[in-house]
Write a protein that binds this ligand. Structure first.
Ligand code: SAM
Length: 221
């Protein structure tokens, strides 16, 4: 059994701290979650490089720096209820679950969801609920959420996700074309007012769904 703890410490120092991630809860959570358990078999040796890796079905486990950036900008507090759209490998949900009280995560590919669910069970991460389906509609029965993270890029911000954000809550979502997006932070100020902040350029796989892209990448909403 290879010990990845030194590789994990190096990732924290060179890919996260050095690039400006400073929230101690985020750094600690990323020091705790074994990223090697979330990559495909045979790819463990690449788990702590700062890059996205293929996980099948044309999808990826996101780059560690981007995972950290999204979670830090969501300004999580212990006790928070969080929604993630795009479970993928399950890694970001696992990191979120080490900081928040409960994580709800939605994945449209049943096969990816099944593997992620097994990883959560194997690691004993029992504060994560996973659902298969179109996450652009959110998870209304579980909301409102203190934070919502969308880990796939859409043409706009799904209306249902804004509606399921609690007052003062933050929604982090890549918005733009299918090829490149701006990472947006949307904060709910009151029932009808939302503030937007642009966190920079990113490249995510497409958010496919009713309030995202259709399969052929034309806009529905
Ligand atoms: N958070 C993931 C991780 O840590 O591995 C990264 C996921 S990958 C960059 C984006 C994921 O979003 C893919 O698994 C994709 O199938 C999923 N996805 C795309 N559109 C979706 C939708 N409407 N609802 C749920 N999942 C969606």
């Amino acid at each position: 059994m290879v010990d990845f703890s030194r590789a994990r410490d190096r990732m924290i120092a060179s890919h996260l701290s050095r690039r400006g991630i400073s929230d101690p809860d985020v750094l600690e959570a990323m020091r705790t979650v074994p990223r090697e358990a979330f990559v495909d078999p045979g790819f463990e040796e690449f788990a702590y490089e700062d890059s996205a890796l293929a996980i099948g079905h044309g999808q990826t486990i996101s780059q560690p720096y981007i995972v950290a950036l999204m979670i830090e900008r969501a300004e999580l507090q212990p006790g928070d209820i969080v929604l993630e759209i795009g479970t993928g490998s399950g890694y970001a949900a696992a990191v979120l679950s080490r900081i928040a009280a409960h994580v709800y995560t939605i994945e449209r590919h049943a096969e990816l969801a099944k593997v992620a669910q097994k990883r959560f069970s194997d690691l004993g991460y029992d504060n994560i609920d996973l659902r298969i389906g179109d996450g652009t509609a959110g998870w209304p029965e579980a909301g409102p959420f203190d934070a919502i993270l969308v880990t796939a890029g859409g043409p706009g911000v799904p209306y249902d996700l804004k509606e399921q954000l609690d007052l003062g809550g933050h929604l982090i979502i890549p918005v733009g074309s299918a090829e490149e997006q701006r990472l947006m932070k949307i904060t709910r100020v009151n029932a009808t007012r939302f503030e937007e902040q642009d966190l920079g350029g990113v490249r995510f796989v497409p958010l496919v769904g009713e309030q995202g892209w259709t399969r052929d990448r034309t806009v529905l909403h």
